[in-house]
Structure formats: C-alpha cells, structure tokens
Design a binder for this molecule. Structure first.
Ligand SMILES: [Zn+2]
Length: 113
C-alpha cells in the first residue's frame, strides 16, 4: 500500500493527497466527511453508515487537518465534527470510490463546493 508524501488543500475546500507511488488524488471534502470512520458516523458492529448526506450542511469542508503519528490524519470539519481518524489505509481505499460517489450526486456539481 502506498503512503502519502504530501497532504494539501485542493481548490477551496477539497483535499489533495500525493502518494508515494506517484499518484495524486483529489478528495472532495464532502465525500471524505461522509466516509468518516468514527463511531458516530459508522456503526462499529455492523459497519453501517450512520452519517447521511442529508444530515450535513450544503457546505461542509475541513477547517483544520492534523497529523496523527505517522499513520493517519485527523480532520476538523466545518460542521464541528472531528472525532474521525483517517488512516492511510482508509484514505487509499477511499481513492477508488470517488468516481462512484461523484456519479451518484444528484445536485449540480458547482453547488457542492
Ligand atoms: Zn465521524
């Protein structure tokens, strides 16, 4: 599994991760928030998602990103949520799901910024 070399802002709100395999992935902020792995957002036993798109403000974005050791980042969100730790493994796994998520959006893309 690759590891991040650099984690930056992408555009106004999104997150770009440069991986050590040469790939750079732009993660839409809302997509990352919806995939928060903490116990408030995902049922620890069943793995079922608790946080739903309709529960988030239209504009949801990271206000702060902090490194946790050498294995994860903690993201502080504009909806005051910050308990999720996004491990490299989780972020790498999410990279593959971005296109599907974009395809499932019903709102016009510009309104998600
Ligand atoms: Zn969460």
């Amino acid at each position: 599994m690759p590891k991040p070399i650099r984690i930056n802002r992408h555009g106004a709100h999104d997150i770009a991760i440069e991986w050590d395999n040469g790939q750079t992935v732009a993660y839409p902020a809302r997509f990352v928030r919806l995939n928060c792995p903490c116990a408030q957002c995902e049922d620890e036993v069943t793995g079922k998602r608790i946080v739903q798109d309709s529960m988030l403000p239209i504009l949801t974005y990271p206000t702060k990103i902090e490194h946790v050791g050498r294995y994860a980042i903690q993201i502080f969100w504009s909806d005051s949520h910050s308990t999720g730790l996004f491990t490299w493994e989780k972020l790498w796994e999410l990279a593959d799901k971005i296109d599907d998520w974009k395809g499932s959006i019903k709102l016009p893309k510009h309104s998600l910024q």
